[in-house]
Design a protein around this ligand. Structure first.
Ligand SMILES: CC(C)(COP(=O)(O)OP(=O)(O)OC[C@H]1O[C@@H](n2cnc3c(N)ncnc32)[C@H](O)[C@@H]1OP(=O)(O)O)[C@@H](O)C(=O)NCCC(=O)NCCS
Length: 186
């Protein structure tokens, strides 16, 4: 199912997207900002990833695209826990500096969360950010995530340990943001 936001569309990953995804995963700037990590990914690695990848009841991955720009990023949900109604945000990424601060990630997350809370019947989505990732802290706060804790020095990058900030959003937090901002009405 394709998910329509105000600015972006979230659609399934296609074979022709794999080089775009590989570029993001291999981008040193992006690697420096995410809490996860990856070894450098070759074309063969990426093809193998795609061969075994599929959206399922455990994880959903989407390409973020805009009508004008085409593919601009990647997002999703993982570790979906149907019994307890929760999941984790799956590594929001927006590619290329010229696409930053256009509201793409905000709209992608608002769209993903609407799907999570109003179609999948989840109640909670968790995420985490590095303590120095100002853009991500701002964007997650705008969509309604709350800080729930800090994992001290749990991430090692560039020869140093950094704190990981733990975030969570409940359906009730999301509803409040939608109401306060009239998000889907304007
Ligand atoms: C974090 C990221 C997803 C944000 O994407 P984006 O499309 O630029 O986000 P948005 O435009 O929706 O919102 C970003 C907000 O942060 C602000 N911002 C951007 N850079 C900032 C900075 N260095 N310091 C403070 N705020 C900043 C923007 O102005 C915007 O706020 P505004 O809407 O009030 O103007 C993107 O920068 C990215 O992909 N980074 C690399 C990977 C990453 O960090 N992923 C998140 C992992 S948790």
């Amino acid at each position: 199912m394709i998910l329509k936001g105000k600015l972006v569309t979230l659609r399934p990953v296609e074979l022709e997207d794999i080089e775009f995804i590989r570029e993001m995963v291999n981008d040193p700037w992006m690697e420096s900002l995410i809490t996860g990590w990856a070894f450098p990914i070759s074309k063969k690695d990426q093809q193998e990833w795609y061969a075994q990848f599929h959206n399922s009841d455990k994880q959903l991955r989407y390409i973020i695209e805009t009508e004008v720009d085409g593919a601009v990023g990647f997002t999703g949900l993982r570790n979906i826990d149907w019994k307890n109604g929760n999941a984790e945000g799956g590594g929001m990424r927006v590619a290329r500096k010229e696409n930053m601060s256009r509201g793409i990630a905000t709209d992608a997350y608002m769209t993903l969360l609407r799907y999570a809370f109003y179609e999948l019947r989840l109640n909670r989505v968790g995420d985490s950010v590095l303590d120095y990732n100002a853009a991500s802290i701002k964007m997650t706060s705008k969509v309604g995530f709350k800080q729930e804790g800090v994992e001290r020095e749990s991430i090692y990058k560039n020869g140093q340990y950094y704190d990981k900030i733990l975030l969570g959003i409940l359906k009730s937090d999301y509803d409040k943001i939608v109401e306060e901002t009239n998000y889907w009405d304007v």
